[in-house]
Design a protein around this ligand. Structure first.
Ligand code: PEP
Ligand code: MG
Length: 563
């Protein structure tokens, strides 16, 4: 038995047989033959057949992703199919075959040119290069009869998938009934792929580092996403200990042992995640990441599409609050069809509300129209709307003014609408320092510890090299949270937390002690956090929070929590 440690990402455990996923690894081209020896007609037929097979694979992957994760995430595969049918690219490949290249060489060379072209464009277009690589590898794997992509959605039951890293679209393809776990060499728990794995309830440990490479295909593995470890050849006792303690859903609302109600809600990014969140007993939605509705498609969703999605969320939680966050793109969330600027430091650039109030005001207003209409639908009084990446008081004033102006337009058009509760994400040090002024102007604040930690600690949330800084238990982050809650205490605004920190049951007592009213998390952790809330005594929790706030280092905070 050997243990490798990493970062627990989905706090569930699974046991199975290791299987390495190495996209593109077996796609070595054979030597290039003499062009005169190539039968162009036969190669053209091979190319046509490979396109058909790749198309079938892409469509199957699309259907699986739509069913398991949602239409929005599945749309990436539509873009792949479009590349497969791109007349210029297909024409170039056929020309190369006509000039004596075997199909695989023609595909390889012409895709290389197209990929290079995209990489030469600005930041967002450059990301299309990844899609092109994906499509190229599908075609090459068919032509070379290699086992590389195509089968991610069809892995044998009991597979533990090992990879250098996974993309969100790789992860969206996985069948949670077949994949017993995921372990990756790189990556962090707040990356998109990790968030999708959590929403699929697949046990996952990320950022295991170099030692993972030494694990061979077929090895017997335990992925313990709770403890953040991979155990090679686990003994019976270790398996049983890891598997035994998944909490079952607590459908009712919960309060601390001394009766303080705490709302335990779910974070979602698509309609497909609503029912599983309700099944796990979430008290509503504390964060609907609407940008997932905009990613991986060719144009923004229409006002009506957005209205449908929001009213579906309200219907899934008829008696609960549903907090919808307005479009939060920029940073690591690139949308190819939005002309986002290419920036040296995208996380410090045009992101979130900054784009909504300026160059993407049109998208913001369309989204607000959908939201205000939904607020007047059945159950619409549960709707709350929040703005991402706020750093200035003027931003919430401008956002609230936009809400009023959209309401006036809808009234003039005679369209049913209502103004929902409005709130701001507290994700920047500026917002935490201004929390009093923000709380006075808003109905609620929701602390996004993923970004708050990265900005307070100056540590890129995607960069493994600064993972030790990216921990919300640093006293500086705890003090920013405390400052936010205390600043709102003198106002009518409620304060929640929707960063990944909220979903860690080992931190529930601390967060209750810090005074949060609502905790919102990946649905998979809702049952364990609810169970934990019931055991907490508010006064003891407050003492614990005070002690944590007095700590000067992360190690002291961890020691305190472990004691
Ligand atoms: C956060 O920053 O904590 C948050 C919830 O938003 P996201 O993870 O989508 O940036
Ligand atoms: Mg954020």
């Amino acid at each position: 038995m050997r243990t490798l440690s990493g970062v627990g990402s989905t706090p569930l455990a699974g046991v199975g047989a290791a299987r390495w996923y190495r996209p593109g690894a077996d796609l070595t081209l054979p030597d290039r033959p003499d062009p005169t020896a190539v039968d162009a007609d036969a190669e053209l037929s091979r190319f046509a057949a490979a396109r058909d097979e790749a198309r079938a694979e892409i469509r199957a992957a699309r259907d699986r992703a739509a069913e398991r994760v949602g239409e929005e995430e599945a749309a990436v595969f539509d873009a792949h199919e479009q590349f497969l049918d791109d007349p210029e690219l297909v024409g170039d490949i056929e020309d190369a075959i006509g000039e004596g290249a075997p199909a695989e060489h023609a595909v390889h060379d012409r895709f290389a040119a197209a990929i290079e072209q995209f990489e030469g464009l600005d930041g967002q277009m450059a990301e299309r290069a990844d899609d092109l690589r994906d499509v190229r590898d599908r075609l090459l794997s068919v032509l070379l009869d290699a086992d590389s992509l195509g089968d991610l959605g069809d892995l044998p039951v009991g597979t533990v998938l090992l990879a250098e890293r996974l993309t969100p679209s790789d992860t969206a393809e996985l069948d949670p009934d077949a994949v017993a776990g995921i372990a990756t060499v790189t990556g962090g728990r707040t990356a998109h792929a990790a968030i999708i794995a959590r929403s699929l309830s697949i046990p996952a440990v990320v950022g295991v580092g170099e030692p993972l490479r030494e694990v061979s295909d077929g090895a017997d593995l335990l992925v313990d996403g709770e403890a953040g470890r991979i155990v090679v050849d686990p003994d019976a006792e270790t398996r049983a200990a890891a598997a035994g303690d998944a909490a079952s859903a607590v459908p009712e609302r919960v309060a601390t042992a001394d009766g303080r109600p705490i709302e335990v809600a779910a974070n979602v990014g698509s309609e497909a995640e609503l029912a599983p969140a309700a099944d796990r007993g979430a008290d509503g939605i504390g964060l609907f990441r609407t940008e997932f509705l905009f990613l991986d498609r060719e144009a923004p969703p229409t006002e009506d599409e957005q209205y449908e999605t929001v009213t579906d969320a309200l219907s899934a939680f008829p008696d609960d609050r549903v907090v919808v966050r307005t479009l939060d793109v920029g940073g690591d969330k690139r949308v190819p069809y939005l002309d986002l600027p290419s920036e040296t430091n995208p996380f410090l650039g045009r992101r979130g509300i900054r784009l909504s109030l300026d160059e993407h005001r049109d998208l913001f207003e369309t989204q607000l129209r959908a939201l205000l209409r939904a607020a007047a639908s059945e159950g619409g009084d549960g709707l709350a709307v929040m703005f991402p990446l706020v750093s200035r008081v003027e931003e919430v004033e401008a956002a609230a003014a936009a809400v009023e102006s959209v309401a006036a337009d809808l009234a003039a058009e005679g369209v049913d609408h209502a103004v929902p509760e409005l709130g701001a994400m507290i994700e920047t040090p500026a917002a935490a320092l201004l929390a009093d002024a923000l709380a006075e102007r808003l109905d609620f604040l929701s602390i996004g510890t993923n970004d708050l930690t990265q900005y307070v600690m100056a540590a890129d949330r995607e960069n493994d090299g600064v993972a030790a800084y990216g921990d919300p238990l640093h006293p500086a982050v705890l003090r920013a949270i405390d400052r936010t809650v205390s600043a709102a205490a003198g106002t009518d605004a409620w304060v929640g937390m929707c960063g990944e920190m909220a979903g860690d049951p080992t931190l529930t007592e601390l967060l209750v002690g810090l005074g949060l009213d609502e905790l919102s998390m990946s649905a998979v952790t809702v049952p364990a956090v609810k169970e934990r809330v019931r055991e907490v005594d508010s006064a003891e929790a407050r003492d614990l929070a005070d002690e944590a706030l007095a700590c000067e280092t992360r190690a002291e905070v961890r020691e305190l929590l472990n004691a």
